[in-house]
Design a protein around this ligand. Sequence first.
Ligand code: SF4
Ligand code: SF4
Length: 222
Amino acid sequence: MPAATIIRPVWRRFRPRWLARAAAHVRAGGCAAIVDEHDNVRVLLPVDAKGKLPELALWALLAIEHRRTTRALDGPAKGLATTLIKPRFAGSVLDWCARDAVHEGATRSFELDCIACGACCHDANVILDEVDLDRFRKGGRKDLTTSKYIVRHRDGRISLRFAKPGPCQLQASDNRCTIYELRPDNCKRFVAGSEACLAAREDTLHLRDGAPWDDDVVPSTT
Ligand code: SF4
Ligand code: SF4
């Protein structure tokens, strides 16, 4: 993807008594974490005109292995998507809130240049399917279906073989994908600006899109 302007939701943390503020933040395009006195974390997410989660909100949920939300039925959050976060992922959500405490407003606009970055092609878990393998064969790259490039797992999954730790074998030194036209569907689906993208940039490039890890940010909305 060439350099692009990304508009992503800003994560904010709220106490339950500030639900109306949280709902207003979400209706303006942000995402909210409602943290109760027992440190349970419930997220409140926007819903588009078709009743679906916007792409980046959905990818945030997928990043913490959640898929389902319900709709708030009444109160200030009525109609918004919500779900209780499993305790082992609560820290991730609160970290997003701490990171975003330095950003004003409900959304953040910034530039991403995938060619300059290439972070998501490092240490990734790229699952393949037969459609990908067929594309490799038809594209004259049968070698990509061999054990040099793929791993066949006992449970039937197939994945790209990565050096550990390191970049994909198919990434060139200028970060470009050397099989761009044939690349796996999961590589095509990866969304720039998603939480998975931001995590890859943090892990590989140590670029954090907000407050640094060790910054003692105290969110003002709690
Ligand atoms: S980590 Fe994000 S910005 Fe970097 S190459 Fe991947 S999608 Fe693009
Ligand atoms: S196949 Fe291409 S796009 Fe996918 S991880 Fe490797 S270098 Fe990146």
